[in-house]
Design a protein around this ligand. Sequence first.
Ligand code: ADP
Ligand code: MG
Length: 602
Amino acid sequence: MGKIRLMDEPLSNKIAAGEVVERPTSVVKELVENAIDAGSGTVEVLLEEAGLTSIHIIDNGAGMDREDALLSFSRHATSKIANEHDLFRIRTLGFRGEALASIASVSKVTLQTSDGVNGTFVNLEGGRLVESRPNALRQGTDIKVEQLFFNTPARLKYMKTLQTELGHTIDLMNRFALSYPAVAFKLVHDGKTILQTSGSGEIRRVLADIYGVAIAKKMIPFEGETQDYKVSGFTSLPEITRANKNYISLFVNGRWVKHYAIATTVHRAYHTFLPLERQPIAVLNIEGDPYLTDVNVHPSKQQIRLSKEKELMELIHQTIRQAVGAAVRAPVIEEPKPKKTTFSPSSQLDLWKTSVTVKEPQAAEKPPYSSPVTEQEELEAAAQADPEPISPPQEYSSAVEGMEESPQFPELEVVGQIHGTYIVAQSSDGFYLVDQHAAQERIKYEYFREKVGQADAMERQPLLLPLTFHYSRDEALRLQDNLASLAEIGVFLEVFGDASFIVREHPTWFPKGFEQEIVEELIEQILNGNRADVKKLREDAAIMMSCKRSIKANHYLQKQDMEQLLADLKRAEQPFTCPHGRPVIIHFRTYDVEKMFKRIMN
Ligand code: ADP
Ligand code: MG
């Protein structure tokens, strides 16, 4: 006799539950998605013990009639797709028709729903129907999931601490709120309100509800489109940064997705506006034909397969970079505000010290950019402190010659210099500190970026003695494959014997006295990279050269040199950050200074 038996439905549901119902957060996710798909304007989520004891969700959506209310708990029961073709035009968050069946199989569920005509009450335990009857309710759905995993104790063992579970759910609800600003969400845990949004439709208000008003004020709107895609959202001014990409929220047709390449593109749009290791806060909505955005690739529906990805990445990069570039200003030092003591939704993440959320540094608690100085720079600065020859700032003025003055850059009058490091300048709206080193790096970077981009028209200068370079054989082989890339940025390496190379001439704009060092560093970049990408090599070369012999800290400048530096800076394309993304200039507003001195009280 054969050994194979068909599983009954409750058993197969229990197994399938593993795919969609891993933890309380996944239950909340499925149920809130259902509420949104039902067109709800308000969605309330009430949790007890991070959802393990009870998850109660109330919406004011379309509701269900009696027949659907019972059917909804069957596996593969969905109102959202009818046939195979629909799979390619999914506009709803759900479509597999298995969430309710899976959730019901591992918990005790009470559903009350009404389509405005008939109300229905249904109660199930472990997936088996216990009771169903007519029931009065206003239009909408009220679903309560109790004792999650009561019949699958093994799964309970995988649960992390309640706080970790709750942290995941807060994170999830934040993303729902950001992608559906027109829906009023409320998240309550053990009687405490953790998140509440107004449903006003404004993303900036949701940002304030989640991250606080100070941050929301520093988010810049952006919008752009191609034939296939439309992107829009908000992204932070460079003075607001985070340590990881968790704060970049990506939505494709209203669905929160995780997509490494897109998040990296958002970060790349901040090139030279942010220190490399810092990340922006961003909300990015991508809209495109569902045909181009396949969501049916993973049970959690969080991964997505995109067509025309390159076009989309280019659109995202350009749109965000342009918006940020147009909005950067000198970061403002504000009067420190007293710390909040009362509970507010924006302190939600502090309250539940969870593993997934990072403590929000309040803008007022510490100045932006708290770690500008690396050990390496301190060492460099110390090494260059005095007897070295210093290039006068004017040397690179030609970089910005003929450039228009930046309209966002203030009209500055030099007051003096402090610590041989910062230029103090004033304008009608307060005073400014300018980091002289960062300022010159920015000017030189723009100069070199232009120069290395014009290899054909480069004037070259012969060296009296050729420079020689020796490498191991495998390195030499790799270099030989990349001679053309080096030539494109003006370095003409000739093979000389077995594993040696010589350079007989160099572009006239190479920083003097650093020829050997620069060629070595460029070769190093080729050897470290797997393949030479000329665009990146150019960029790296420009940044590297801009650091050479920039006026360092502890160097006293003449007033006229300072004036020249500020005039050059004003004509830089992006005067506010150095090529490493650190700020060049910081603003102390008259208003804030007067408040600090208590000359004005409010
Ligand atoms: P899916 O969302 O993939 O269709 P579910 O198991 O999550 O599958 O839900 C099954 C069906 O139950 C849905 O297609 C929908 O018709 C109905 N439904 C579930 N939740 C709600 C709700 N909150 N309001 C209205 N209808 C709902
Ligand atoms: Mg669903």
